[in-house]
Write a protein that binds this ligand. Structure first.
Ligand SMILES: [Zn+2]
Length: 120
């Protein structure tokens, strides 16, 4: 099934969704505000596999299944509870919370933004 706005499974993803999708400086600032207001602990809670680990000093915790790669090793996908970024050491994908939710839930950019806003 073709999913709008998300990268094909197996592709290495390195995007900052706001840089990719917004045209105006003003809009980018609005998006940055939504990103900085978001509660990433709440946002990523369903994804965090072992919350006993807690975030390290920089906010990284082990996430669930990598939404980007095929056969990524368990434990290689990490989410950052401070910045909202996510990365996978297996397929080397790296993106922000918007890129993450677009891929995970097959959302377009406006829907992803709405989703992130609701996690604020
Ligand atoms: Zn991966």
């Amino acid at each position: 099934m073709e999913q709008k706005g998300s990268a094909p499974k197996g592709a290495q993803v390195k995007i900052l969704a706001n840089q990719l999708y917004s045209k105006s400086q003003r809009r980018r600032e609005q998006i940055d505000r939504i990103k900085s207001d978001a509660d990433y602990v709440r946002f990523y809670r369903p994804e965090i596999r072992d919350n006993r680990l807690g975030p390290d000093v920089e906010g990284w915790v082990v996430g669930g299944e990598c939404p980007f790669g095929i056969d990524c090793h368990v434990g290689q996908f990490q989410v950052n509870l401070k910045t909202g970024r996510c990365r996978c050491k297996s397929c080397e994908s790296e993106t922000d919370a918007l890129g993450y939710v677009m891929q995970r839930r097959g959302l377009g950019f406006p829907q992803a933004l709405k989703y992130l806003k609701s996690a604020g």
